[in-house]
Design a protein around this ligand. Structure first.
Ligand code: GLN
Length: 565
C-alpha cells in the first residue's frame, strides 16, 4: 500500500463565479491521469455545515448521490464515477459539518486535554488527518480533491489553510493547486477579459496559496497572447495557463484538456516519471455517438416535481446520454411537472404527445403524486415504454392496484397514513426510526432476478447489486393479486421478501425498480435497464410492433458477490 507521503495531491479550487465545472474538471483530469496508467481517486470537500446533503432539498443542492457503502453525497461524486469508472465512498465526500462534528465529539470526550479548541490548529489538523486517512486508504498514486465553493467565501477558508499547510509538509512536488476561473468575453468590446481571473488569484494569494496551474473557462479560445498576459499577472508560465472553451457536452472536456496538455503539465510538476501514452479510442467512439448518432432520436418524458431544476435529476440525465450512445440515438428529454397533471382538466395525452418513453422519477412527499399516477396510466394503457425509479415504481404499483386490480383505495402510507389499501408501506425496520439524516435504506443491496423476465434478459445474470435510498416498500399482502393480473416480480431481495423490480408481461416495456439504477450508469458501462428502456423507445419511435422488439440479450456473466446483506 502506498504511504501517504508517496501519494501526490491535486487540489482543484474555483474562482470568479460558481458553476464553472470544478467537478467536471476534476473528473476529466482524473480520467486523463488514469489513462496514463496512474491509480487515481477523487474526493469532494464541501464547506457547508450539514453533515451530508441527505437532508437538503434538491432545490438547494441538486441530486443526492448515493455510494455503494450508503453515503448520501454531493452530485459531483456521480461525475467522478461516470468518468473514472471507479466507485466512490463515504470517505470521498467530506463536509465542514462532518469536520466540526468530529472535533466537537473529541472535545466532549476530553481528547484535547483541557486545551482551548480552535479553528487553528484543531479544525485544520482534523482536515489534514482526514486527508491523510484517505490517501492511506487505497493503493493510490494521485488523490484529487475538489474544494466546493468559490475563492473569497469565508466558509471554505479552513480547507484552503489545510491545503497551504500540506504543501509545506509534503513539498511543492507532491501537491498542486489547480485553480479554475472564468475569462469572460465582452461582446461590445470583442475582447476576452482577464481581470476577474487576476483578482481571483490575488484573493488566493491572500490565503498564502500560489496556484500552480490555471484553467480558464471561456466562450472563445484563449490566444497565446492572453495566456501570456494571464500568466504574467498571476506569476505563471504561459504553458501553465490552460484554456477550457465551452464544450458541446461535458464528455468533450477530457479530450479538450488532453489537447491543452493539462495532464503533461501535471505529470511534470508532480515529478511523475512513470506513465504511458493515453488511450481514448473508446471515449472518442462514445463521443461520436453522443454528438452524431446515426439512428435518429427519441423523446423521453421525465415526470417529476423538481422539473425547473434539472440538477435534481443529474444522474438520470447522464444515464440517458450513455444509453442514447449505446443505442446510437439522440435522447431528447422533456421534463414534465407532475403537479400540473393533478388538475382535473389537464390533458395528459397532449403533455405526452411525441413522447417515446415515460420515466417517473424518484422523490419524497405527496406533491404531484396523482399527476404521476395519471402519466403512468397513460403509458400503460397506450403501450408506451415506461420506467419507474424508486418513487416511480411505487406510483406504478398504486396505479396498477387501483386501475387493474380494482383496489380503488390503494395508496402509499407516505401520502395517506390511514389509507385502507396500503400497497406501499413503511419498511418494518423504519417504523422506529425518528432521526432524519442517513437513516433510510441506503447503499448497495443484492437482488435476485427471475429467469425469463425482461430484467433478467437486460442484465444477463441472476445476481445484481444496486443502490437504494428509500423508507417505503411494496406491501407483500398484495403480491398475489398483482401476479394474478400479470404483474411479475422479476427482482427480489435474496430471501424473496422485498420486491425490487416489477414488470408487466403484456406491455412493450414497463419496468419499475425500487433501487436507483442511474447511480451506476457510466460511460464505460451503460446501465442495462437504461439501455433497454431507450432501446424500447427507439423501437416505439420507429413504429415497430411490440412483438418485433426483443431487448438486447447480453452474454451471461458470473454473479457478483453481494456487497451488503
Ligand atoms: N419516498 C419514497 C420512499 O422513501 C421513495 C424514495 C425515492 O424515490 N428515493 O420510499
Amino acid at each position: 500500500m502506498a504511504r501517504p507521503k508517496n501519494v501526490k495531491h491535486i487540489f482543484v479550487t474555483g474562482g470568479v463565479v460558481s458553476s464553472l465545472g470544478k467537478g467536471i474538471l476534476s473528473a476529466s483530469l482524473g480520467l486523463l491521469l488514469k489513462s496514463r496508467g496512474l491509480r487515481v481517486a477523487i474526493q469532494k470537500y464541501d464547506p457547508y455545515i450539514n453533515v451530508d446533503p441527505g437532508t437538503m432539498s434538491p432545490y438547494q443542492h441538486g441530486e443526492v448521490y448515493v455510494t455503494d457503502d450508503g453515503a448520501e453525497t454531493d452530485l459531483d461524486l456521480g461525475h467522478y464515477e461516470r468518468f473514472l469508472d471507479e466507485p466512490t465512498s463515504q470517505a470521498s465526500n467530506l463536509t465542514m459539518g462532518r469536520v466540526y462534528k468530529s472535533v466537537i465529539d473529541k472535545e466532549r470526550q476530553g481528547e484535547y486535554l483541557g486545551g482551548t479548541v480552535q479553528v487553528v490548529p484543531h479544525v485544520i489538523d482534523e482536515i489534514k488527518e482526514k486527508m491523510n486517512e484517505q490517501a492511506r486508504s487505497g493503493s493510490l498514486d494521485v488523490l484529487i480533491t475538489e474544494i466546493g465553493g468559490t475563492i473569497g467565501d469565508i466558509e471554505s477558508l479552513p480547507f484552503l489553510e489545510a491545503m497551504r499547510q500540506m504543501k509545506l509538509d509534503l513539498g511543492p512536488r507532491n501537491l498542486l493547486n489547480i485553480h479554475l476561473t472564468l475569462v469572460p468575453y465582452i461582446k461590445a468590446a470583442c475582447e476576452l477579459k482577464t481581470k476577474p481571473t487576476q483578482h481571483s488569484v490575488k484573493m488566493l494569494l491572500e490565503t498564502g496559496i500560489q496556484p500552480d496551474i490555471l484553467v480558464c473557462r471561456s466562450e472563445k479560445p484563449l490566444s497565446r497572447e492572453i495566456k501570456n498576459k494571464v500568466g504574467h499577472f498571476c506569476n505563471l508560465h504561459e504553458s501553465d495557463v490552460i484554456g477550457l472553451n465551452d464544450c458541446d457536452t461535458i464528455y468533450d472536456v477530457p479530450l479538450t484538456l488532453l489537447n491543452e496538455q493539462l495532464d503533461r503539465r501535471v505529470l511534470k510538476k508532480l515529478n511523475i516519471k512513470k506513465y504511458k501514452e493515453p488511450e481514448f479510442a473508446y471515449w472518442s467512439e462514445f463521443l461520436k455517438k453522443v454528438k452524431h448518432p446515426t439512428d435518429g432520436e427519441v423523446t423521453i418524458a421525465i415526470c417529476g416535481k423538481y422539473t425547473e431544476y434539472p440538477d435534481a435529476y443529474k444522474s438520470i440525465l447522464e444515464a440517458f446520454v450513455h444509453a442514447g450512445a449505446g443505442n446510437n440515438v439522440r435522447v431528447n428529454v422533456r421534463l414534465v411537472r407532475a403537479e400540473d397533471a393533478e388538475e382535473n382538466g389537464h390533458d395528459v395525452t397532449a403533455a405526452l404527445k411525441g413522447v417515446h418513453g415515460v420515466l417517473v422519477a424518484p422523490g419524497f412527499g405527496d406533491r404531484g403524486i396523482e399527476g404521476k399516477i395519471r402519466f403512468i396510466r397513460h403509458a400503460r394503457e397506450n403501450d408506451i415504454p415506461f420506467f419507474g425509479i424508486c418513487l416511480g415504481m411505487q406510483c406504478a404499483s398504486i396505479e396498477f392496484a387501483r386501475n387493474v386490480c380494482n383496489l380503488g383505495e390503494a395508496n402509499s402510507t407516505e401520502f395517506n397514513k390511514r389509507c385502507r389499501q396500503p400497497v406501499i408501506d413503511l419498511m418494518e425496520h423504519q417504523k422506529k426510526v425518528k432521526e432524519k439524516g442517513g437513516t433510510m435504506r441506503l447503499g448497495s443491496y443484492p437482488c435476485i432476478l427471475k429467469e425469463g423476465t425482461r430484467a433478467y434478459r437486460a442484465y444477463g445474470k441472476f445476481l445484481i447489486n444496486e443502490r437504494h435510498r428509500h423508507r417505503y416498500e411494496f406491501n407483500n399482502d398484495y403480491r398475489d393479486i398483482f401476479e394474478e393480473h400479470e404483474m411479475a416480480f422479476s427482482g427480489t431481495s435474496p430471501n424473496g421478501e422485498l420486491a425490487e423490480i416489477i414488470e408487466l408481461k403484456s406491455h412493450r416495456w414497463f419496468v419499475g425498480v425500487q433501487f436507483h439504477p442511474e447511480y451506476k450508469s457510466r460511460v464505460h458501462s451503460v446501465h442495462p435497464l437504461f439501455l433497454g428502456f431507450v432501446g424500447a423507445a427507439k423501437e416505439f419511435a420507429l413504429g415497430k410492433s411490440q412483438l418485433s422488439f426483443e431487448p438486447d440479450a447480453l452474454p451471461l456473466q458470473q454473479p457478483e458477490a453481494p456487497v451488503q446483506g
